[in-house]
Design a protein around this ligand. Structure first.
Ligand code: SAH
Ligand code: F3S
Length: 448
């Protein structure tokens, strides 16, 4: 058996996408080549998400499809990594006995050794490795195969010490582990030297970062030092927790213009009663105070959020509170979800008492309100204005290009610039989800 090529398919969040970049780097170091599909690969890895049940179910249907390749290619290896691997461990092999490898969230660095074992023993799996590692910091990955040519995803912390009653992440990712600050800053410098112009700092509760070697070096200090690295033209971070914004974080964000004027503030619910049961550690009022702090920080920050509808016990009055908060804050974008009971969470034992149809109706009402708000914001704040846009690639229509403003708005325009180019765009047309414009030679402001 000679495992020479691999293909990774990724479900889920930016943290997962970045884990796949780390895995691709590891396998490339081992001399393996990344190919464009499972059908061409010796090794197929599915990097999985278990945050909602649908995502977790998708894993098994996808595995079932990929399994077919084993018929003609008995040496073809299938591996499951990430959150479902962590959550289900041996059960993955019980449900899908053709799987050769199950590797949890703390163990991806062991993939090359596991592959060697499989090769040497001539026994294709299954190998299951889902241990949580002790220690204050996650394993370092010296070679990251970045998918983007202009945006460097950089892990600053992993795991979560919160206990939101709906969320499986603390179970699948484990306790908070922070990377030493000097290693993070070194990785940023290296990326900039390689030509990356945007840096995205990643962590499950990114703003609770604390240097394991120096407890006074926290998120604000890291953010400032990262922003001061010459060549970092855009700096973003995700996902913060509303309770973890130190005062000086806002001050750093206000001062450093290369920190993008966009911040994600996951809300989950506009009702204090629901927030309490969600164990979110803040009330509606405290959330609104945080929004005010950002509104008054000296820069125009585009706010985005996550919302769950149909959490156990959510009454129609609770849901009205979510709508009214959304109306009040005027988020520039939103991810919204129907509540999905997850194992290993507190809320799992509570009755999932909002009927599916009601959840769907609430989700539709919320999304339709949000569409109106976005259309309004796009008309008032963006239409007819000129923005700096960082080109990302081909637009959905396969004719135009698209890029983003620093406020994270997608802008489509006719042109042929390569990804990573900064251009000026006059916005000529707006829809609820994106903006359209024309490239112009000059651009005056990168705000918003
Ligand atoms: N801070 C974390 C949040 C992870 S989950 C991070 O970014 O890593 C991302 C979003 O999924 C949450 O903000 C929440 O809105 C949603 N979510 C989490 N658990 C959920 C569940 N059980 N049902 C529905 N949505 C959920
Ligand atoms: Fe999940 Fe809450 Fe942590 S949403 S990742 S438990 S902050």
């Amino acid at each position: 058996m000679n495992v020479q090529s691999f293909f990774i398919e990724t479900f889920g969040c930016q943290m997962n996408l970045h884990d796949s970049e780390k895995i691709a780097g590891l396998l490339a170091q081992r001399g393996m080549v990344e190919v464009g599909s499972a059908e061409e690969a010796d090794l197929f890895l599915l990097n999985t998400c278990s945050v909602r049940e649908k995502a977790a179910q998708k894993v098994y249907s996808r595995l079932g499809e990929v399994k077919k390749r084993k018929g003609a290619h008995p040496d073809f290896l299938i591996g499951v990594v990430g959150c479902v691997a962590q959550q289900e461990g041996e059960d993955v092999v019980k449900k899908a006995p053709f799987v050769d490898l199950v590797v949890g969230t703390h163990m991806v660095h062991a993939l090359p050794d596991l592959l060697d074992e499989i090769q040497e023993s001539h026994r294709p799996g299954p190998r299951v490795s889902t241990r949580f590692l002790p220690g204050p910091s996650p394993v370092e990955f010296p070679e990251v195969a970045r998918q983007s040519s202009f945006r460097a995803n950089i892990t600053i912390m992993e795991g979560c010490n919160k206990h939101c009653s709906f969320c499986i992440v603390p179970h699948t990712r484990g306790k908070e582990r922070n990377r030493p600050g000097h290693l993070i800053l070194e990785e940023i410098r290296r990326s900039v030297n390689q030509g990356y112009v945007e840096v995205l700092l990643l962590g499950q509760t990114v703003n609770s970062y604390r240097d394991p070697d120096n407890p006074r070096f926290r998120f604000a200090e890291l953010l400032e030092q990262a922003a001061r690295i010459p060549g970092v033209q855009r700096l973003r971070f995700t996902s913060p927790h509303p309770r973890e914004f130190q005062e000086n974080t806002l001050a750093v964000m206000a001062e450093m213009n290369n920190i993008c004027n966009q911040v994600h503030l996951p809300l989950q619910s506009g009702s204090t009663a629901v927030l309490k049961r969600m164990l979110r550690q803040h009330s509606r009022e405290e959330y609104l105070e945080l929004v005010d702090r950002f509104r008054n920080c000296g820069r125009d920050m585009a706010l985005s959020t996550d919302i769950i509808v149909g959490f156990p016990g959510e009454t129609s009055q609770d849901f009205e509170q979510t709508l009214s908060l959304v109306e009040e804050v005027q988020f520039e974008s939103m991810f919204s979800f129907k509540y999905s009971p997850r194992p290993f969470t507190q809320a799992h034992s509570w009755e999932d008492d909002v009927p599916e149809q009601e959840k769907t109706q609430r989700l539709m009402a919320l999304q339709s309100l949000q569409r109106e708000i976005q259309l309004k914001i796009h008309g008032e704040k963006y239409l007819g204005q000129n923005f700096e846009v960082l080109v990302e690639g081909m637009a959905r229509d396969k004719v135009q290009r698209f890029g983003r403003t620093t406020s994270n708005k997608i802008v489509n325009y006719p042109g042929n610039e390569s990804p990573g180019t900064f251009i000026g765009v006059d916005i000529t047309k707006v829809g609820p989800n994106s903006l359209n414009g024309q490239r112009v030679e000059r651009f005056q402001h990168s705000c918003p």
